[in-house]
Design a protein around this ligand. Structure first.
Ligand SMILES: Nc1nc2c(ncn2[C@@H]2O[C@H](COP(=O)(O)OP(=O)(O)OP(=O)(O)O)[C@@H](O)[C@H]2O)c(=O)[nH]1
Ligand SMILES: [Mg+2]
Length: 586
């Protein structure tokens, strides 16, 4: 028998109504005959175990569904299937058997002798059970889940060589009038280019009557695409640049093409996964992925049912177990992520409250991806650490940067995740929380890349996304549209036609002075602040009061009477009234 090294068998089962995991290590070889005698069983929670494995130098660690899945939910299952999984093929021997649960429970080498039960109960008390394991809140990466994602979505480590297909509706009400198929195709190619190790090897746009057909394309186009894929052996996947493919469409296309098929939802999630840095963004993405996986897993079940000419039950024991395990994995993960997100958000609310107490006006900078939001904030604040990139979705984390307006008022600029057209609203919604800061802003700066041939359609996407975020009407009144990248505009461009409040270049700084003046005005208006000159007696109580309760931005001696000072102040409406009450009406 071929020796098997560093293999970990993981069992997931229900005991006393709790989900538990147990792990078995096989350091030398593994055979089904001795799997019970050789076992070294521990009921530990997943995170603890992973940590332990890492400490012990286990590198090739595969778990549950990819190596062995045992579902021994006593109440429901009549038998348990061992499935040592195809992932081990080549390097390891693979096999699969089913054995009755009773064997596991009562056999002489059985899993659950009285001693073991005591041990489990103790463990359940000592460490949290799987559902609630939270002893390492930083870590929500779950190898087992990751394996499942890779398998359901066919994501190989080495990336993909992609055929990009841009479908577009040529006639009727569904036709997009604000952009062209060529520009849409260019964006689709750029999206794939953003993914590490994914490469576009071929691209095509296809006119359709509607996007609702069962196999999306007609027979002619399907045949053409199939031939193209067969001919070009490089192609390992197809990206259909539409927001989301229905289950049936996805299935039909994968079947015809014989390679994995992706839609924009999936590709955008992949990009987000690769680029997210903060925990919140990572959690957000992990959450956004779950409904998508559910849909695809459901598609697999329906597909299998179609093939077997019957319902789900006809798939057979092992298949059914797999799907159930996947569903449970998703549910468990979803609950865990929700809890973690809530924690992170509570922290953020605290921060936000603190910021509000400090009363800094907040300017949210939003816009289409790659429009230059980060560059503009960098130009306005001089912050060196900000890193603009020529990438779609370079920024995936909402960050806050302090700046000063001409009235010397300190403001906070919020850098946000870029918007993009044709992604399903639930994907956007999962980022709404990230945009909460934007929604609570005093002023919104909408950055457009006016040098982009598709900038009007991009601006429309941003405006409609903002609308869907239910911004307050107050905030909607305080949106400043900034046309960026004017240095790239072709000569002779009609500036008036660009429909922007201010035109700037974040690279040459052209127009920035104008922008900060306008921002100053808008911020003062939006926050009900006044910029005033106040004449006060030198060393008087008014001076002290103003320094304490308003922003004093400039002090000059009164040229007519040197006993007096002229203070330039920015003051809120409420404080102004207090000032008048305290000092003027007296
Ligand atoms: N020529 C020129 N390039 C610019 C200007 N502003 C930004 N860029 C470039 O455009 C690219 C995108 O800039 P970012 O600031 O990262 O854009 P963003 O809107 O933050 O993008 P995401 O975070 O990906 O949504 C970078 O390569 C910038 O150098 C500009 O005014 N002129
Ligand atoms: Mg950015």
């Amino acid at each position: 028998m071929r020796p098997l090294h560093n293999i970990v068998i993981c069992l997931q089962y229900k005991f006393l109504n709790r989900n538990l995991l147990s792990f078995h290590r096989y350091d030398r070889h593994f055979s089904l005959d001795n799997c019970c005698t050789r076992k070294k069983m521990e009921a530990v929670n997943f995170v603890t175990f992973q940590r332990e494995l890492k400490i012990q130098g286990y590198r090739r660690f595969t778990n549950i569904s990819s190596l062995t899945s045992v579902n021994a939910s006593f109440s429901k299952m009549k038998y348990t299937s061992f499935n040592t999984g195809t992932e081990l093929s080549g390097q390891y021997k693979t096999s699969s058997i089913s054995c009755p649960t009773s064997y596991m429970r009562t056999g002489s080498q059985g899993f659950f002798s009285g001693k073991h039960i005591l041990k489990y109960q103790k463990n359940v008390k000592d460490t949290d059970n799987f559902d609630e394991c939270d002893d390492e809140p930083e870590d929500f990466e779950d190898e087992e889940y990751g394996d499942m994602v890779k398998r359901v979505l066919h994501l190989p480590e080495m990336g993909h060589q992609v055929l990009v297909v841009q479908p577009y509706v040529k006639w009727g009400s569904a036709k997009k009038r604000s952009t062209t198929p060529e520009l849409q195709l260019a964006e689709a190619v750029a999206l794939i280019g953003t993914l590490q190790r994914w490469k576009v090897v071929d691209k095509v746009k296809i006119a359709l009557y509607s996007l609702g057909k069962k196999s999306l394309f007609g027979t002619g186009n399907l045949e053409m695409l199939k031939k193209r894929i067969c001919k070009d052996k490089q192609i390992t996947a197809v990206f259909i640049s539409t927001d989301i493919l229905r289950g049936i469409q996805h299935r039909e296309l994968e079947e015809v093409f014989g390679v994995p098929v992706y839609d924009r939802y999936m590709v955008v999630i992949q990009i987000f996964r690769e680029h997210a840095i903060t925990k919140e963004a990572k959690l957000q993405i992990a959450m956004a992925e779950i409904p998508y996986l559910r849909m695809r897993i459901k598609g697999l079940v329906e597909g299998a049912a179609d093939h077997h000419g019957g319902g789900v039950s006809s798939i057979g024991g092992a298949g059914e177990t797999h799907i159930e395990i996947r569903r449970r994995l998703l549910n468990t993960r979803e609950m865990k992520l929700k809890r973690m997100l809530e924690k992170v958000r509570n922290q953020r609310t605290l921060l936000r409250n603190r910021r509000q107490r400090l009363e800094y006006p907040v300017i949210a900078v939003v816009g289409y991806t790659n429009a230059g939001k980060t560059s503009l904030i960098k130009a306005l604040t001089g912050e060196r650490e900000l890193e603009p990139k020529d990438h779609l979705f370079a920024t995936l984390d909402v960050t806050v940067h302090a700046g000063i307006l001409p009235s010397r008022l300190k403001v906070l600029y919020v850098d946000t995740v870029g918007f993009i057209s044709d992604i399903p609203s639930n994907l956007i919604e999962s980022f709404v929380a990230t945009l909460e800061d934007a929604m609570l802003a005093d002023v919104v700066v909408h950055v457009c890349d006016v040098s982009h041939p598709d900038y009007r359609a991009q601006a429309e996407t941003v405006t409609s996304t903002l609308r869907s975020l239910h911004l307050s009407s107050h905030l909607l009144d305080n949106i400043l549209v900034v046309g960026n990248k004017t240095d790239l505009l072709p000569e002779g461009t009609e500036i008036e036609d660009l429909n922007c409040d201010v035109l700037v270049s974040s690279v040459t700084n052209q127009g920035l002075d104008d922008l900060v003046m306008q921002l100053n005005k808008t911020v003062l208006k939006a926050t009900g602040r006044h910029a005033l000159n106040v004449r006060v007696l030198m060393g008087g109580e008014e001076v002290r009061w103003l320094y304490k309760n308003a922003a004093v931005t400039e002090v000059t001696a009164d040229s007519r009477d040197s006993q007096y000072l002229v203070l330039k102040v920015v003051i809120s409406e409420a404080q102004l009234r207090k000032f008048q009450h305290n000092f003027i009406k007296r």
